[in-house]
Design a protein around this ligand. Structure first.
Ligand code: ADP
Ligand code: MG
Length: 333
């Protein structure tokens, strides 16, 4: 029984519902249990499950309370079972910590690769294009094979430079660090539209305060993954991206008018292979920050909503991030 619910004289012969009702003023868990018991007794539902913490001399422990009403044909009874799930909880926490750490390392690695691509490969390609341009100018009357080869070299070098820059930006948009989420999302949506041909309408309510780097990164990655899903899975030719804040959260919505998600695949056998890491990755990222992911989907489209908690609004601050105009001009590269 949840700690706050226990009474000294509980035991055989006690009325469990009465004990819960007695403790309901002090304990939300007790109140929920009492309500569920009454509901199950009245036939409103057949099962109730709740996890609750409990302190013990060995440290904090977790229990699962399960109330079921077995088939009523022979005896009318309700089974209340408490199960120690501390080990399961510890494993879940450990897994969440490990996943968070892996995600952080992945972000760091992407940042390093992006920097390397940007600072070395892109610089080398730029030098090649400059050299090729000079050679073409110097050899402009060298005849077709040479001029043709130089023109082709220049074109390939320019194309590669563009690709490397795009790749570096996608791996880790420097914008996120410099100009913040709002500019980075606009850049993402514009690039996505150009590459996919899907029109993205953006609505950004610029009424918040600077977001922490982890929060901005998480929301950016969610937008990136959700837009990629619109392109790969939805069939929609249009998408809507909005960023706004409520009193204590920043909210990002990506909406499409596509086919919607198929009914949830069962997490076993062949189907388990088909469950992507995109949605679970988004969820994990947000949960690490105390936020959450909500997906609503039907035959007329999908809405992916991500939220991260923020401190209550400070009336003096008036933007989700504070772009430096210098860094903003970096976007046009
Ligand atoms: N916007 C969407 N419209 C339709 N189906 C979607 C959408 N987003 C996700 N899905 C479905 O959900 C599955 C899981 O998505 P995700 O976890 O991102 O994995 P992946 O994109 O790698 O398949 C996709 O394979 C797809 O079937
Ligand atoms: Mg995906």
């Amino acid at each position: 029984m949840p700690q706050a619910m226990s009474v000294t004289a509980s035991g055989v012969g006690m009325n469990y519902l009465a004990v819960c009702e007695g403790a309901a003023v002090r304990s939300k868990d007790a109140a929920r249990t009492a309500e569920a018991l009454r509901d199950i007794m009245a036939g409103g539902r057949t099962e109730f499950r709740m996890e609750y913490p409990c302190s013990s001399p060995q440290g904090p422990r977790w229990f699962q309370l399960r109330v079921t009403r077995p088939d009523q044909t022979q005896t009318r009874r309700i089974v209340v079972a408490h199960e120690d799930i501390t080990e399961v909880k510890r494993t879940q926490e450990e897994l969440a910590r490990l996943s968070g750490r892996l995600m952080h390392l992945q972000d760091e690695e992407r940042r390093t690769i992006a920097r390397e691509l940007h600072d070395t490969t892109a610089q080398n390609l730029l030098a090649i294009t400059l050299n090729a341009t000079r050679l073409r100018e110097a050899l402009h009357d060298a005849g077709e094979p040479i001029c043709g080869a130089l023109a082709e070299t220049l074109e390939l070098a320019e194309q590669s430079l563009q690709e490397v820059r795009t790749l570096a930006y996608l791996l880790h948009p420097p914008l996120l660090d410099d100009v913040g989420l709002v500019a980075a999302l606009s850049w993402l949506a514009r690039g996505f539209s150009e590459r996919s041909g899907i029109q993205v309408d953006i609505s950004i309510d610029d009424g918040g305060e600077p977001l922490s780097r982890p929060a901005a990164t998480a929301l950016f990655r969610v937008a990136q993954e959700a837009l990629s899903n619109v392109h790969r899975h939805s069939g929609s030719r249009r998408a809507w991206l909005s960023l706004y804040r409520t009193d204590d959260t920043v909210q990002l919505d990506i909406v499409d008018r596509g086919t919607g998600l198929r009914p949830p695949a069962r997490a076993s056998g062949e189907d388990a292979q088909r469950i992507g890491v995109g949605i679970s990755g988004m969820r994990l990222r947000l949960e690490q920050l105390g936020g959450q992911l909500d997906i609503r989907s039907g035959p007329s489209g999908t809405r992916v909503s991500a939220s991260v908690p923020i401190k209550p609004r400070d009336p003096d601050k008036n933007s989700l991030n504070e772009p430096s105009s210098e860094a903003a001009s970096d976007m046009s590269r």
